[in-house]
Design a protein around this ligand. Structure first.
Ligand code: NAG
Ligand code: NAG
Ligand code: NAG
Ligand code: NAG
Ligand code: NAG
Ligand code: NAG
Length: 759
């Protein structure tokens, strides 16, 4: 079907000679969703074709090298940035030399290369990932490198006025961009006006930025001389075959290298090592706290103002009648997001504080104690900022209620005001906020109004959940160590099995317990340390560990017993299921969310569940949910890093919600089916028909939305469990989710169109 014009030439490799075939794609060639076909570069490293996101499709170019795992074959260019088309769409190089993308959903051409008049003779996907249109003289008439999406490949220019933008348009990420400015500065921007990172210098007549194949990002002047550069930590390591520079959805610019040994794209350079320095990382969700291990969290230090949604607003309104006081936040700087009206003056600490106190419009001030004596005053309730023990800044935030004791965001014990390096940076950053925000637009305002609430947070760096904050609460009762003989006795020789490897037993004081026998090969030391960790946890929605047995050949856990057994069983048992009313089911979702959120963020040490599912949620006599079998990941030898583990729990929670609300646990694709129905507006058909007393459709919509957010394949898009709790409580609004499921390339078939026999 493709009349390939093939050239033969030779590469000599030692004494071997391989023929290499280069294919040009002639006029009239076509790719279509239905045929699943694609065009390859001659080295096979790159491919162009349709890929699917849920029920929609996009046309993109991706890595295709077989040294890269299929799931890591990242798409780096999408026709029309993030254009989605229907299931009968096609992409064609027309006879008059135009590339067109026909969208079957709307019946029109949704994107073209606009080259019908340019005497195009053929198209080629080059070995560097660049799709080019050539005329008869083999001159380049058009190339995909000139319309970048979110990524720059080695050899690709980012010329003046060109922009990289994160591909997911559905979240705040589209408000971030990388812009090659006319004055020769490479800038990271939030919205169109506010610059939070700059490279280069207007005096240097820079005309383009480029990523070179050795892993260097450079700004070049008109003579192609490098005037600014940064190096990835593996630059000029010739073992690295693939690299790219991408503006990620979290607003950070990163350089990635493919590491074959670990099968990962590793970030070898990033514009911000402290994610809190990325403007509006926490959006309206408070103050960003960074921790040297690379995570950050957003925390709202202000007391609740009783408002219906949980944006973190300054607890002071300009019409406040009851008088105001100032709350002190040490090692913290804040800046306004909306409205962008901040004033700066030089003063001392006390003057700075009273300047705000005396001005009825002032909502907050930040005094920077680095010798500059800068006092920054905000008149908006919409502020964000950051807190770090090394930050020599103090903020005062006005509150309308009665005086509240100072609430340091950062524990004082870790405070040290002698490290000023990171301070300097964030301080400079905040002056920029001042200038930049002052030019902010009405769009910001509209944006805030339409529920920034949820969308900011979801793209936060996924590692943040690692941070273990807060205190565990009262010391729980010590649990007991049992011998195997005792276990045998209390379970009557494991007589009553109530689940997989799970037995009912009775303690000497007549309290029933559930006894779980683990795989005996678990290493004793690991087992004990996990048990100690788990045994010290106390939360009303977590099953309590009553004791354990660790004798040779036996690893046994003794849990508090829940009368109604697992949620899975309850859903199957008609009698119990009848009692699972709508209200009850929502309560169960919330209880489980609270329990997992507690594990993730409120224990002394981060803990994940690892195997959250209906089987591991039990219901007591009042059908109150308790989560079981948590914290055993280390024991079962599946320990992953904290961030990954947290994201997995979030995903598992999403699935559990869908199963609980739909009552269906048989189909593997229960989530996909639910999403499809939701997309078609048939929300009520998703709910379990057996629910007595009907369903609250508004709550159902909310629960489904948050579940689909939890199920996002891109785990950076997933919310934290804390956010999930707020949505379920109804204190946080939730946007409609983007298609949650994998953007998948069609399954690779034997011999796709356009491919050529490889050497
Ligand atoms: C294509 O999409 C249409 C409408 O969106 C749908 O009715 C049809 O079933 C889909 N076809 C396939 C093969 O998925
Ligand atoms: C192509 O050429 C025709 C006639 O020469 C002209 O009217 C049209 O505007 C041109 N289109 C483009 C995209 O240049
Ligand atoms: C990048 O820009 C330089 C200078 O304008 C040019 O020579 C080169 O061909 C460009 N590279 C690509 C891939 O367009
Ligand atoms: C790395 O680059 C330097 C010049 O910057 C060069 O001298 C050196 O040979 C390079 N090393 C390798 C391993 O290519
Ligand atoms: C900005 O704030 C100052 C007080 O800090 C106030 O006098 C001024 O009117 C405000 N400007 C705007 C445009 O709101
Ligand atoms: C950062 O957080 C992690 C996990 O919460 C903790 O283990 C680590 O000690 C913290 N590091 C610092 C420097 O505070």
């Amino acid at each position: 079907m493709l009349g390939n014009s093939s050239f033969l030439f030779c590469i000599s490799l030692g004494c071997l000679v391989f023929p290499v075939v280069i294919s040009q794609i002639p006029l009239g060639s076509k790719l279509s969703v239905e045929e699943n076909n694609y065009w390859l570069s001659s080295n096979g490293d790159f491919a162009i074709g349709f890929f699917s996101c849920s029920k929609q499709f996009s046309l993109g170019i991706r890595f295709n090298s077989n040294s890269i795992l299929i799931s890591k074959q990242t798409v780096f260019w999408v026709a029309g940035a993030d254009l989605k088309v229907g299931n009968q769409s096609y992409f064609e190089l027309t006879q008059n030399g135009n590339l067109v993308l026909f969208d079957s959903a709307t019946g029109v051409i949704s994107w073209t290369s606009e080259t019908s008049n340019a005497s195009v003779a053929s198209t080629v996907l080059h070995n560097n990932g660049n799709l080019v249109l050539l005329n008869r003289n083999k001159d380049i008439v058009w190339q995909s490198f000139d319309t970048p999406s979110d990524t720059l490949l080695p050899g690709q220019n980012l010329s003046v006025h060109q922009i990289l933008r994160p591909i997911s348009r559905n979240s705040i990420s589209s408000y971030y961009s990388l812009y090659m400015g006319g004055l020769g500065q490479l800038q990271l921007r939030w919205e169109s006006s506010f610059t939070y990172w700059t490279a280069g210098n207007p005096s240097q007549s820079i005309v383009r930025a480029i990523l070179s194949s050795d892993g260097t990002v450079q700004l070049l002047d008109h003579r192609s001389k490098s005037v600014w550069s940064v190096f990835g930590e593996d630059h000029n390591d010739s073992d690295v075959k693939f690299r790219f520079l991408r503006l990620d959805a979290d607003g950070n610019l990163r350089l990635y290298s493919w590491v074959e040994a670990t099968n990962t794209w590793r970030s070898v350079w990033q514009a911000f090592s402290n994610q809190c320095d990325v403007f509006a990382t926490c959006g309206l969700h408070g103050i960003c706290v960074f921790n040297a291990s690379g995570s950050h969290v957003c925390r709202c230090p202000f007391t609740s103002t009783g408002e219906s949604y949980s944006d973190c607003l300054v607890p002071y309104q300009q019409d406040c009648k009851s008088g105001s006081s100032m709350i002190t936040y040490e090692h913290t700087s804040v800046y306004g997001i909306y409205p962008p009206n901040e004033t700066m003056k030089h003063s001392n600490l006390l003057q700075c504080k009273s300047w705000c106190q005396d001005d009825p419009l002032c909502t907050a001030v930040t005094f920077t104690n680095d010798g500059t004596g800068q006092c920054l005053m905000m008149t908006t309730r919409y502020i964000s900022g950051q807190s770090d023990s090394s930050l020599s800044a103090i903020s005062f935030v006005k509150t309308c209620s009665d005086p509240i004791a100072a609430l340091p965001i950062f524990p004082k014990s870790t405070a040290s005001s002698t490290q000023v390096t990171s301070l300097k940076r964030s301080h400079r950053f905040c002056i920029r906020c001042l200038v930049g925000v002052a030019t902010g637009t009405l769009v910001t305002f509209i944006f805030i109004q339409v529920g920034i609430g949820f969308c900011i947070c979801r793209r936060r760096n996924h590692v943040r959940k690692k941070a273990a904050l807060g205190y565990m609460g009262p010391d729980p009762k010590v649990f007991s160590v049992l011998s195997y003989a005792e276990i045998n006795e209390l379970t009557e020789n494991f007589k009553h099995q109530i689940g997989p490897r799970m037995f009912k037993g009775m303690l000497p004081d007549n309290r029933p317990v559930a006894v779980k026998a683990l795989n005996a090969t678990v290493e004793e030391r690991k087992f004990r340390s996990s048990v100690l960790k788990v045994g010290n946890i106390c939360h009303k929605n977590l099953v309590k560990l009553e004791g354990y047995c660790s004798e040779s050949g036996h690893r046994i856990l003794v849990y508090e017993f829940a009368k109604n057994g697992s949620l899975e069983k309850c859903l199957e048992d008609l009698k119990v299921c009848k009692r699972l009313t709508w209200r009850k089911r929502m309560e169960i979702c919330l209880s489980v969310a609270r329990a997992i959120s507690y594990l993730h963020t409120e224990c002394r040490e981060f803990m994940s569940h690892g195997k959250l599912k209906c089987q591991n949620v039990v219901l007591d006599d009042n059908l109150e949910a308790k989560v079981s079998e948590f914290g055993l990941e280390g024991v079962l030898g599946e320990a992953t890093d904290g961030a990954r583990a947290a994201e997995r729990d979030v995903g598992d929670f999403g699935k559990m919600v869908i199963i609980l609300l739909s009552g269906c646990q048989i189909a593997d694709d229960v989530c996909e089916l639910a999403y499809e129905k939701w997309l078609q507006g048939q929300v009520e058909t998703i709910a379990d028909k057996r629910i007595d007393g009907g369903v609250n459709l508004e709550e159902l919509e909310r629960a489904l939305r948050i579940a689909f957010w939890c199920l996002q394949v891109d785990d950076r898009m997933r919310p934290s469990m804390g956010e999930v709790v707020k949505v379920l409580e109804g204190t946080l609004t939730v946007d409609p989710p983007p298609p949650p499921f994998a953007c998948q390339w069609p399954p690779v078939e034997e011999e796709p169109a356009g491919s050529d026999p490889k050497p």
